[in-house]
Ligand binder design. Structure first.
Ligand SMILES: C[S@@+](CC[C@H](N)C(=O)[O-])C[C@H]1O[C@@H](n2cnc3c(N)ncnc32)[C@H](O)[C@@H]1O
Length: 256
């Protein structure tokens, strides 16, 4: 099965719903709000003047939010509809970012080691079959001293939701709608792969990066899973057997 064609079709369709959703709230973004979350804002600090590569940028809200903070942004996504919408948002806001429609691995074949930051977040890694190859793309894109900021959903929550925790070569076939409130119930098949935290960390180490910080969070900044409760503004928690489940982890890794 051609996983790229299948996933691209599904993300093209999802994007059409997402741009109109309350979940992504494009209207607030257009009037100046940032889509970035406190986790990545705290981890990355001041990005003014920094060259930032955003992998799997979806329709560009985060990429353009980094641009609003002064970063020089290049952003990549597989979905041509997402990239089309991102370019339209850039035009509407007058913000500057380069949007490239490409597969992460294919993009990595010609990437340059010029970036201060590689940023990727919330629901990115599960679309990639080979985590080592992803880490190599990250390493090849960073200049010496540059850093990766990954903020990703925690695979323990996948386990609780009925998926495996450990990586298997065989993909999981997802036949679900999307996570925004305007889901139309139409199902697009998608292929995903789980990546335990240790595989992600080891892939980055093997690619030559130094692990600087690894954090786990008992909340998600997005209300995107079933049965989450908002304990305070912007912090959605999931209780498993009366204990909070880890929902997000983040990594800062640097290139020597
Ligand atoms: C859940 S979204 C990323 C979420 C992002 N943090 C957001 O909410 O805007 C996942 C994105 O990965 C992209 N994607 C999936 N497979 C990809 C691949 N092989 N190469 C590049 N992008 C890919 C999809 O098109 C989608 O836009």
């Amino acid at each position: 099965m051609d996983y790229l064609a299948l996933n691209k079709a599904a993300w093209d369709k999802r994007t059409e719903l997402h741009v109109d959703s309350e979940f992504y709230d494009v209207a607030s973004f257009l009037t100046g709000a940032s889509s970035l979350k406190p986790i990545e804002l705290k981890l990355m600090g001041d990005v003014k003047g920094k060259k930032l590569l955003h992998l799997q940028c979806h329709f560009g809200l985060d990429s353009l939010s980094w641009a609003r903070l002064g970063a020089q942004v290049t952003a990549v996504d597989l979905s041509s509809e997402a990239i089309r919408q991102a370019k339209e948002l850039a035009q509407k806001t007058g913000l500057n970012a380069e949007f490239i429609c490409d597969d992460v691995y294919h993009f990595g074949e010609n990437t340059q080691a010029i970036h201060d930051w590689v940023f990727t977040s919330y629901g990115a890694l599960c679309w990639l079959p080979d985590i080592n190859r992803w880490a190599q793309v990250v390493a090849a894109s960073l200049k010496a001293g540059g850093k990766l900021c990954l903020a990703e959903f925690h695979p323990v929550h996948d386990l609780i939701s009925g998926y495996g925790y450990f990586h298997r070569e065989e993909a999981d076939l997802d036949e679900e709608g999307t996570y925004t409130e305007n889901d139309d119930g139409e199902v697009s098949p998608m292929l995903t792969w789980g990546h335990p935290v240790s595989d992600v960390v080891n892939a980055l180490i093997k690619a030559g990066l130094h692990l600087e910080q690894l954090d786990e969070y008992d909340y998600s900044p997005y209300n995107c899973f079933e049965d989450l409760k908002e304990r305070k503004a912007g912090e959605f928690v999931y209780e498993h057997e009366h204990y909070p489940s880890p929902l997000v982890y983040s990594i800062i890794a640097s290139k020597p």
